[in-house]
Structures are given as C-alpha cells and as structure tokens.
Design a protein around this ligand. Structure first.
Ligand SMILES: [Zn+2]
Length: 191
C-alpha cells in the first residue's frame, strides 16, 4: 500500500516540474518587474534618486540607508540636551593624547615654579603641592561626571540600534512567512 502511494507521488512530480519550467518563471518575473519594481529608489532623507540595488544613498552629504528605517542618529541628535553635548565634547578631548600632553606640561610648570627651578613667578604652592592636589581632585570629579553622562548616551544609542535591528528582523521574519505561505498556496494550487 505504502509503495503504491510513493508511485503515485512520483508520477506527480514531473507535472510540477513542467508547471514551473524556466519559461513560465521568466514570464512571471517580467510581469513583476514591469508592474511593481520602480526603476530608481528615492532616498527618504534627501530625496535623491538611487539605483534599485543601492543600500546607501549615493549623495555623499547624506549617505543614509535606503529603506523604511528610522534614522536613530538623527533621532538622538534631536533629543540631545546641552549637558550631553558638553559631556560629548569633553570626553572626546579627554580621549586624545593632547589631554595627556597638556597635563604633563602643567605638572612640569607647576613643580618648576613651586620648587624654585623656574624663577619667573613667585612660588604659590610649595611641596607637597596641596593646591594642585585639590585642583586635580575637582578635575577628577568633573571628568567622572562627563564620562558617565557620555556612557549613558552611548548606552541609549546601543539600545536604539538593537531596537532597530530587532525591528528589521521581525519585518524580515514576517516577509519570509508571507513568501512561504504564498509558495505553499501556489504549490497546493498546482497539485
Ligand atoms: Zn540621501
């Protein structure tokens, strides 16, 4: 009995193969491209026309991903408050070698003046340089604050990006399910 079913299934296969012959497939594809696919892709941000296969906008000033995505960076820039901008600028300076060089020069000048090695100015903070210690402690507090603000902002940025990735994944998942259902319906119709 089981063997019989297999035989009938096998006899069906060539019919399916004939129905999806390359000629038929080509015909379907040309219909789709003529009806639905646009010749160019308009950038949702700057409005420039791009080739259909393009992923990013060809306009160098824009260079956004082409599609119905939210622009996370722009969204965050709009929400940025003054202290966040200040923290970003401060941390970007702290992360440069200039910051270290400036401190080395400051320490050298401070020690030079207050130990009498450089006699341009009268010593104002003799050894063990208590004033320098206080100033550095205050600076450390500000740097910590700036770094934490900047880190919070980066976390928000990462969260938004993850959210966007998730959104794209869900959309892709749904599209694939739709395509699968359509394919199944087509196969059922032909059987
Ligand atoms: Zn653009």
């Amino acid at each position: 009995m089981a063997a019989k079913i297999e035989v009938t299934d096998l006899t069906r296969e060539p019919q399916v193969a004939r129905a999806t012959s390359p000629a038929a497939a080509r015909c379907d594809l040309s219909d789709v491209s003529a009806d639905r696919a646009p010749a160019t892709l308009a950038c949702p941000s700057c409005g420039d026309e791009n080739p259909v296969q393009a992923v990013f906008c060809a306009n160098p000033a824009c260079h956004k991903a082409l599609g119905e995505f939210r622009y996370v960076r722009e969204e965050l820039l709009e929400q940025t408050r003054w202290h966040e901008t200040l923290a970003e600028r401060a941390t970007s300076f702290i992360g440069k070698p200039h910051f270290v060089v400036a401190h080395v020069l400051l320490f050298a000048a401070w020690v030079g003046v207050n130990t009498g090695l450089v006699a341009l100015v009268r010593a104002f903070d003799v050894y063990p340089f208590g004033l320098l210690g206080i100033l550095l402690a205050v600076e450390a507090i500000f740097i910590t604050g700036f770094l934490l603000i900047s880190q919070n902002r980066q976390n928000v940025h990462a969260d938004k990006r993850a959210e966007l990735d998730y959104e794209v994944n869900v959309r892709t998942y749904r599209e694939i399910h739709e395509i699968k259902a359509m394919l199944q319906a087509t196969l059922n119709g032909r059987n």
